[in-house]
Ligand binder design. Structure first.
Ligand code: GLU
Length: 464
């Protein structure tokens, strides 16, 4: 079987990480099986769909490297096709016009509720042999309803939830087209999944209730239902359903906050799927390992600290040149001219072990690109104890004659410390102050390596 999966978002608002997880799994399943992955934009809710949401989805997927074989396919561009299938179903007697007005439907529902029955359409306009239908009211445009099977049940083996059985008595005759002829949501999904030869539908479990209806329509159309895998929801860190209202961040927000796409992908992969106790893995490993059988059955919970930790792991292990490229936009945002001053790759290499985000690297890098500090003599007197001056002078000399390596600069410090019988902080603090007018910098030998011998000596010479 040639595997075909799809991600079918409705671009009706805020796209959070949990939404993109619903793209990641079908993508991984398609890639694992050398199948096809399709993006279908379910934009028939014209009032709530926005181009902005479509852009966020497409950019977010591209950022994570979820490549497409087909699409984006927009449902709004397939309306003629849906209308044609509605007509085909009417002609085949699989669907029928229903003239029950809104007011009648409401009345029916009120009666059923009063009798403690489940509100459902009563089949008044459903043609049956030997049944006489009411006279067609004048000037009323009908909805089109699907003739749901009567009796029996719909059964499917959900790849996540196991066997699910829903009695047909629970399902009334679904409206597949509105009075103005526009097709309804569940109907479009069925036509698309059939037309696109989708073999596996991997989606959020908020769609479990739609599935038996979709399966019935699909079978009526002569199709074979795909395998369904319904993913448990992603909860936020306080255990609520993720939403913008309770602080969920969009994919774009994570990008802007300096997260690496590799870290986000790894994090999302683990949000409801596992492979033994593997926590950190490459995209290739994920694709190799991915299977529907290892999807979790209970809701996954978003854990921002874990995501930050993963981001740190990815930053720490990244190739400095790649990381520098990824950090540049953040550095430029902070006004750092990465082309003027120390080699940016070296600066990034120096900072990466302690940074959780690209923004933190950029902030740490700032120091190295500021102009040399100008200290007044009062400031020097305040920050550099007079008794340390001889040691500083020796240090300048030791640095000058040292090789330009981290080890050699380290040795220069040691030699001066030993000679003057002082401890590292007593010397390092004044050096940091002289170099940058601050007391906090990465390891001082590495700092010298990055800013360079001449610059270091020039700055130190101004305070002795
Ligand atoms: N458009 C639906 C949603 O965004 C998904 C439909 C489906 O995957 O079948 O929730």
């Amino acid at each position: 079987m040639h595997i075909r999966t799809r991600f079918a978002p409705s671009p009706t608002g805020f796209i959070h990480l949990g939404n993109l997880r619903s793209a990641l799994y079908p993508w991984a399943f398609a890639r694992h099986n050398q199948g096809d992955f399709i993006l279908r934009i379910e934009d028939t809710d014209v009032e709530r769909s926005t181009q902005e949401a479509v852009d966020v989805i497409i950019e977010g997927m591209a950022w994570l490297g979820l490549d497409l074989d087909e699409g984006p396919i927009y449902q709004m561009q397939r309306i003629d096709r849906y209308r044609a299938v509605v007509k085909q179903m009417l002609d085949a007697g699989l669907a029928y016009p229903c003239y029950m007005s809104e007011a009648e439907l409401n009345k029916l529902r009120d009666q059923q509720m009063a009798n403690k029955e489940k509100p459902r359409y009563n089949g008044q306009w459903r043609p049956e042999s030997g049944k006489t239908l009411p006279a067609i009211p004048e000037g009323v445009l009908p909805v089109i309803r699907f003739k749901n099977p009567i009796g029996g049940s719909v059964i499917w083996e959900d790849a996540v939830k196991g066997k699910i059985e829903i009695s047909n008595d629970e399902l009334d005759d679904l409206v597949i087209a509105r009075p103005d002829g526009t097709p309804t949501y569940n109907f479009c999904v069925v036509v698309d999944d059939l037309d696109m030869n989708i073999t596996h539908v991997i989606r959020g479990d908020d769609h479990v209730n739609n599935t038996p209806r979709q399966i019935n329509i699909m079978k009526a159309l002569g199709g074979t239902p795909p395998v369904y895998a319904h993913l448990p929801t992603v909860l936020n860190d306080s255990g609520e359903k993720m939403s913008k209202r309770n602080g969920a961040m969009s994919v774009r927000d994570y990008q802007k906050a300096g997260y690496l796409p590799e870290a986000i992908l790894n994090y999302l992969a683990r949000l409801g799927w596992s492979h033994g106790d593997a926590e950190i893995f490459t995209k290739e490993q994920f694709v190799n390992w991915f299977d529907l059988g290892s999807l979790g059955r209970s809701p996954a919970q978003h854990n921002p600290e874990k995501l930050l930790w993963l981001n740190h792991q990815y930053i720490q292990n990244a190739d400095p040149a790649d990381l520098a490229e990824a950090t540049k936009p953040f550095a430029h945002e902070l006004g750092i001219d990465t082309e003027n001053g120390p080699d940016f790759v070296q600066v990034v290499a120096l900072l990466k072990d302690r940074a959780n985000t690209l923004i933190e690297i950029a902030e740490g890098a700032k120091l190295f690109y500021l102009p040399a500090p100008v200290h007044s003599s009062e400031e020097i007197a305040e920050n550099i104890p007079a008794e340390i001056i001889p040691a500083l002078k020796d240090l300048i000399e030791a640095i000058q004659s040292a090789e330009h390596t981290k080890a050699a600069y380290g040795a220069a410090f040691k030699e001066v410390l030993a000679k003057h019988q002082i401890k590292m902080p007593a010397l390092a603090m004044p050096v940091r102050y002289a170099l940058f007018a601050t007391t906090q910098t990465p390891a001082i030998d590495s700092v010298l390596l990055v800013i360079g011998k001449n610059e270091a000596v020039a700055r130190l010479s101004k305070v002795v």
